[in-house]
Design a protein around this ligand. Structure first.
Ligand code: FES
Ligand code: FES
Length: 169
């Protein structure tokens, strides 16, 4: 249980594998907490009211709109942002596939889409194109037209199933 103090409320969580303990204003959103207190600026803010999906993070392995979640609601949680996807210099297969298939242009939507797709593939390792489109339907992209994203997800899914290698074409 978090403890109110004169300077705020104490929160503790794991962010990309690192333990984080802070005092925060109880009204502080998880997105502001991650961006400003944890330096996770890959958490993007678009609409700030739960519509665009740009701020999506994984909270205990499930997607959450961090703009509509308070930091104190994530007390004790395990949070993953896009910064936690790569293994050092080695991109996650999803990141590799997005690069290879031009699944991004400006990249503003990309962190939220990558984490959304990570959840999708954990639930369904071999989704159809229709299932991929349904899975990312809560994430708005104004640049790509979505087809290259679908191509990238299909390719990454095959890599993650061990059916093909990750090399770029
Ligand atoms: S910024 Fe959170 S859903 Fe748009
Ligand atoms: S790549 Fe620009 S919004 Fe999706």
């Amino acid at each position: 249980m978090s403890t109110p103090t004169r300077t705020g409320t104490s929160v503790s969580m794991t962010v990309n594998g690192e333990q984080v303990d802070r005092h925060v204003d109880p009204r502080r959103t998880l997105s502001d907490f991650l961006r400003r207190d944890c330096g996770a600026t890959g958490v993007h803010l678009g609409c700030e009211h739960g519509v665009c999906g740009a701020c999506t993070v994984l909270l205990d392995g499930r997607t959450a709109r961090s703009c509509c979640t308070l930091a104190v609601q994530a007390q004790g949680a395990d949070i993953t942002t896009v910064e936690g996807m790569a293994d050092g210099a080695e991109l996650h297969p999803l990141q590799e596939a997005f690069w290879k298939h031009h699944g991004l242009q400006c990249g503003f939507c990309t962190p939220g889409i990558l984490l959304t797709v990570q959840e999708l593939l954990a639930d369904n390792p071999d989704p159809s194109d229709e299932e991929i489109r349904e899975g990312i339907s809560g994430n708005i992209c104004r640049c790509t037209g979505y087809q290259f994203i679908v191509d990238a997800v299909r390719d990454a899914a095959a890599v993650l199933r061990g059916e093909k290698a990750t090399e770029a074409e």
